[in-house]
Design a binder for this molecule. Structure first.
Ligand code: LLP
Length: 432
């Protein structure tokens, strides 16, 4: 009935998430409110892990891409599932470290890491660092030498795959700021250079072709290209690459019409390609990493708002204005991303209207969405926007000096605050 499987309608006709009445959550914690279902996060992580076991003999690791949604509680949950982490900044890394994350399972990313970030990553002892460019390699080599350590590294490679997704979230093609290009020989030269470095150990290669990808074929193609490169390195340089990170990017269901393949199908098909290519190329099967972000966090989340104004403009449109907007939900204004919405206190009613849900920020593009089917909404109603767990809280801002909403986790019929709502004093805390 809803895009996310944990959503139902309860006996009061209210929307329930994980069996909890969302109208009660809105009353208890206020709105806007991010609600994350812990069980959905855990189940998804287990499915990822199980499918690596089933289709690739367990020779792999899941690293949750924390850019999708990061806070200390999320890190604790991911860590307790024995899953690793992709941290893309010192802030994400610090959050994980402070949450007690097993640092040996953290891959540290970033296309323009600062020395401060590299030094911090080395000093806390992250599992490996995914190096993006030669300047970074040289700086890391120096930092490692100074500290007397030999960090494991991977190289971020652009496999030259054009995934069918929004331009802003494509990352695997040659015209990309991320990583080393294969076609130009840049990646091969970088590998040669890394092998000659004394203070880093090249343990793997990494690629990530984009995000919200529904098609499995580009993932298979990326695996083929990367394995071809691994064979090339073995044949020409006599060096064995042991790890291969195939990135994240698995599409999720935002709208009823979306029909993403189950992750198990991805893993089955990609594992088959990896095994057969390794045999064909006479190379050892690499240890595989995958880095899902959106697919773990998005389906676990909803955002709750309270309706304020309702404006009917005859023959044009009806605006339903809510107490949040682009500051907590920036994906419509950024990518035109569409969501399913429900009036949480009228969830059993038909969606009798088509409306524009607008935010409270001072610009016309501040919309949660247009042409959204919705129950008749009036001032005081609670609106739930579904599948918002990824890239909303993590990309939220204080635009118009709005306070960032709280994050509440739900589990087993209970709710708890994971991130407090910002106060007005938080808004001015760094002002001098
Ligand atoms: N690994 C790397 C290196 C990445 O760059 C990303 C996402 C991921 C893993 C996780 O991809 P996912 O499984 O979440 O698709 N803000 C955009 C999405 C940006 C994705 C950036 N990189 C959005 O809201 O759609």
């Amino acid at each position: 009935m809803f895009v996310s499987e944990n959503l139902t309608v309860n006996e009061n006709g209210h929307l329930a998430a994980g069996g909890i009445d969302t109208v009660e959550l809105a009353e208890k914690y206020g709105t806007p409110l991010y609600v994350m279902d812990e069980q959905v996060v855990r189940n998804t992580l287990r499915r990822f892990k199980d499918s690596i076991d089933k289709f690739y003999g367990g020779k792999g690791e899941v690293h949750y891409a924390s850019k999708a949604f990061s806070c200390m509680e999320m890190c604790r949950i991911v860590n307790s599932e024995g899953v690793g982490l992709d941290a893309v900044s010192i802030g994400e890394l610090y959050t994980a470290v402070k949450a007690g994350f097993d640092v040996s399972k953290i891959g540290f990313h970033g296309n323009n890491k600062t020395n401060e970030e590299l030094e911090y990553a080395v000093s806390v002892g992250v599992g490996h660092i995914i190096v993006d460019n030669i300047s970074e390699l040289m700086r890391l080599e120096k930092i490692a030498a100074e500290k007397g350590v030999k960090p494991a590294i991977m190289f971020r490679i652009k496999p030259g795959i054009d995934a069918h997704t929004h331009n802003f979230v494509k990352t695997g093609q040659i015209d990309s700021k991320f990583g080393f290009a294969l076609e130009t020989g840049e990646a091969f030269d970088a590998v040669k250079q890394a092998i000659s470095c004394e203070n880093v150990e090249l343990m793997g290669l990494h690629c990530h072709i984009g995000s919200q990808i529904f098609d499995i074929a580009p993932f298979e193609e990326a695996a083929r290209v990367m394995l071809g490169f691994i064979a090339d390195i073995k044949n020409k340089l006599g060096f064995e690459i042991k790890g291969l990170n195939l990135g994240g990017g698995f599409g999720i269901k935002y709208l009823q019409k979306d029909d993403p393949s189950p992750f198990e199908t991805y893993m089955e098909r990609v594992s088959k390609v990896v095994k057969s290519e390794c045999e064909r190329l006479s190379i050892a099967q690499p240890f595989i990493f995958i880095e899902p972000g959106r697919s773990v966090a998005a389906p676990a989340g909803i955002t709750l708002y309270t309706v304020g104004a309702r404006k009917e403009i005859p023959n044009i449109r009806t605006y339903i204005s809510v107490d949040g907007g682009m500051a907590d939900s920036p994906r419509y204004i950024l990518y035109g991303s569409e969501y399913e919405a429900v009036v949480a206190n009228k969830a059993s009613q038909d969606k009798s209207e088509t409306v524009t849900i607008a935010g409270k920020c001072c610009e016309s593009g501040d919309l949660i969405g247009e042409n959204m089917p919705l129950q008749h909404a009036e001032s005081g109603d609670i609106i739930a926007v579904c599948a918002t767990g990824a890239y909303n809280y993590s990309m939220s801002s204080n635009y118009n000096r709005l306070q960032k909403p709280a994050v509440v986790f739900i589990n087993n019929g209970q709710s708890r605050i994971a991130v407090k709502r910002e106060t007005l004093d938080d808004i001015i805390r760094n002002d001098v």
